[in-house]
Write a protein that binds this ligand. Structure first.
Ligand code: HEC
Ligand code: HEC
Ligand code: HEC
Ligand code: HEC
Ligand code: HEC
Ligand code: HEC
Length: 420
């Protein structure tokens, strides 16, 4: 017999089970905090902020340096997550049990504080984290297929077809030669069978003599002229390239890759080359800038231990010794070049002068950096006057001229501008 009391007990535990059951269902149905906006605009805002600030440590659906972010507003409220992003240290210090446990789980790694993010950016971040970049296999396949198709249609004849066509042409030529040779031998045999006078017979069976051609004056003159021309061209090219270091790509003390940092992870050039918009020199980053990320990132692709290349950064910081990077670009002391003038005022992309740095494993000098190179660009390039009040007067004065205002018109060809 069951007492009334145990009946109550059973009912209670049944209730708790039911509540637990529905909580589980709720969680697996992925109850994102309703405060998170699911709109394309918000997602786009969030993606930009994410790529600039968070991508080095987080992925949406995979654990990386930090946890996978999708589901953050399931695990906690949107308000909580915003507080965390703004200053995770504060949330941990407040004794919040989830925060403390997470911090421990990640070996007390400190996530940077993002107090500078606006409310709109924070909202966007949450939208992107929960609703952005969902992988839909069908759509992904369609995109991949579309990309393949478009290269086939838009890129002219692909190079592998060209090779095949050339091969076929060469084969056809060889076949024609063989057939011609056969025809000649058949004809010679046929003519020799006829009753011909002796001198005509000799003519038919005469051989072509190479030796005679080699000894002829015409041949010797042509070959000598060609050799002299070649030597002269090499010598002149050699003289022009004295002091020109185009293509120079020295090995560096640490195997630092722009393809990885500036290409794959899209770290902005200015993050490391801090002087490029404000001064003459672009600056090579100190080891401290590397440490902003490499305090956390100790190896590639989630491998255990410290990568030997990254260990060199730690050694430099510990011993207070600068990393001895080998200089690639170097104008002679007589010339003056200013980055801020070209990048910030002139609006010229780094790649115009330095080439596709974001694809280089090892940096090399892409352009010649000769005086002719500077002058050519100053002759051709229009000054970016729009939105620059400094130029308003000049533009007015220049407006009678048919030509656009080029750098040469503002003194870009004057010796003293580039020479001390
Ligand atoms: C330098 C690496 C790093 C960067 C950059 C970083 N995080 Fe984190 N993040 C972490 C680590 C590590 C944790 C785990 C907790 C800890 O150790 O503090 C974490 C935890 C989180 C959590 C909690 C996740 C959970 O499971 O509830 C959120 C949300 C978060 N980060 C969002 C962001 C956002 C948004 C940005 C960019 C604005 C960002 N993080 C940038 C390293 C980073
Ligand atoms: C994470 C930091 C970092 C980022 C981001 C970065 N660089 Fe660099 N860059 C370096 C370091 C370190 C060196 C020196 C070692 C070397 O030459 O590889 C360097 C060297 C260079 C050099 C050659 C300097 C010389 O000695 O003449 C050029 C040019 C350059 N970077 C351009 C760029 C451009 C353009 C971008 C953006 C597309 C970029 N960098 C992004 C760190 C960075
Ligand atoms: C904005 C963050 C960031 C900065 C700043 C940064 N790195 Fe990195 N670095 C990364 C990331 C992310 C990886 C790749 C990790 C992975 O693939 O798992 C990486 C990988 C590397 C590797 C590859 C290690 C190996 O074993 O192949 C080297 C070397 C490296 N970085 C050197 C540097 C140096 C030197 C600097 C400073 C001039 C620097 N990094 C600055 C984020 C950064
Ligand atoms: C108009 C051409 C031009 C543009 C645009 C340009 N550079 Fe340069 N860069 C040069 C020249 C020339 C040098 C060699 C300067 C010297 O030796 O005094 C140089 C040198 C460098 C160096 C070596 C260190 C130094 O300051 O001398 C770095 C790093 C660099 N550039 C990065 C950049 C980055 C990053 C950008 C884009 C934000 C950029 N450059 C845009 C022409 C350019
Ligand atoms: C890709 C084109 C390009 C190249 C290459 C280039 N420049 Fe320039 N340069 C410009 C532009 C555009 C301006 C005008 C910027 C402005 O609005 O002030 C400029 C302006 C200048 C000025 C200031 C001129 C003035 O009257 O104020 C100097 C000095 C200069 N460049 C030096 C050099 C040197 C030295 C080199 C070669 C090492 C060089 N530039 C290569 C595009 C270039
Ligand atoms: C737009 C910038 C610019 C202007 C304007 C310019 N130069 Fe140059 N000049 C350079 C650069 C950069 C070099 C270094 C080239 C190199 O190393 O190959 C150079 C090199 C030279 C050299 C060679 C020095 C040597 O040791 O090889 C002489 C001479 C020279 N310039 C004279 C002049 C004279 C004269 C004028 C005026 C008519 C002038 N330059 C105008 C940028 C300029």
């Amino acid at each position: 017999m069951l007492s009334k009391r145990s009946l109550v007990g059973i009912r209670l535990s049944f209730q708790t089970l039911a509540v637990l059951f529905f909580m589980l269902i709720g969680a697996s149905a992925y109850a994102v905090d309703p405060a998170v906006i699911d709109s394309d605009e918000a997602i786009a805002v969030g993606k930009t902020v994410f790529n600039a600030n968070c991508k080095t440590c987080h992925k949406l659906d995979q654990k990386y340096i930090g946890p996978a972010l999708r589901g953050s507003t399931v695990r906690n409220s949107a308000e909580w997550v915003k507080r965390w992003i703004k200053n995770s240290g504060e949330v941990i210090a407040s004794g919040d049990s989830y925060a403390v446990a997470l911090f421990k789980e990640y070996n007390n790694s400190i996530m940077p504080a993002y107090t500078f993010l606006s409310d709109a950016e924070l909202d966007g971040l949450l939208s992107y984290i929960e609703y952005g970049d969902k992988v839909d296999p069908a759509a992904a396949a369609a995109v991949a297929g579309g990309a393949d198709g478009s290269t086939g249609a838009g890129g002219g004849i692909p190079s592998e077809y060209l090779t095949v066509i050339l091969g076929v042409l060469v084969l056809v030529l060889i076949l024609i030669l063989v057939v011609l040779g056969l025809i000649i031998s058949v004809l010679t045999k046929y003519i020799n069978k006829q009753d011909l006078p002796e001198d005509e017979k000799e003519f038919v069976s005469q051989k072509f003599e190479f030796a005679k051609v080699f000894k002829s004056d015409g041949f010797i003159i042509v070959v000598t002229a060609l050799v002299i021309a070649l030597v002269a061209k090499t010598a002149i090219d050699g003289l022009y390239s004295v002091g020109v270091q185009q293509g120079y790509a020295p090995a560096q003390p640490i195997a630092f890759s722009h393809a990885l940092h500036a290409g794959q992870y899209e770290v902005a050039c200015q993050y490391c080359h801090t002087g490029v918009e404000i001064g003459k020199s672009a600056n090579i980053p100190s080891a401290n800038i590397c440490m902003n990320c490499h305090t956390h990132i100790q190896n590639v692709g989630g491998k255990e231990g410290i990568s030997p290349e990254i260990a060199k950064i730690y050694a430099a910081v510990d011993n207070n010794q600068p990393i001895e990077w080998v200089r690639v670009h170097n104008l002679p002391d007589l010339a003056y070049f200013n980055h801020a003038q070209h990048v910030a005022v002139g609006g010229i992309e780094c790649q115009t002068c330095h080439g596709p740095i974001q694809e280089m494993e090892v940096v090399g000098q892409h352009t010649s950096l000769t005086m002719g190179w500077c002058i050519d660009c100053h002759r051709q390039t229009e000054v970016a006057t729009q939105g620059n009040a400094y130029y308003d007067k000049l533009v007015q004065l220049h407006s009678d001229s048919k030509d656009a205002l080029k750098v040469k018109d503002i003194g870009g060809l004057e010796c003293a501008k580039c020479h001390y």
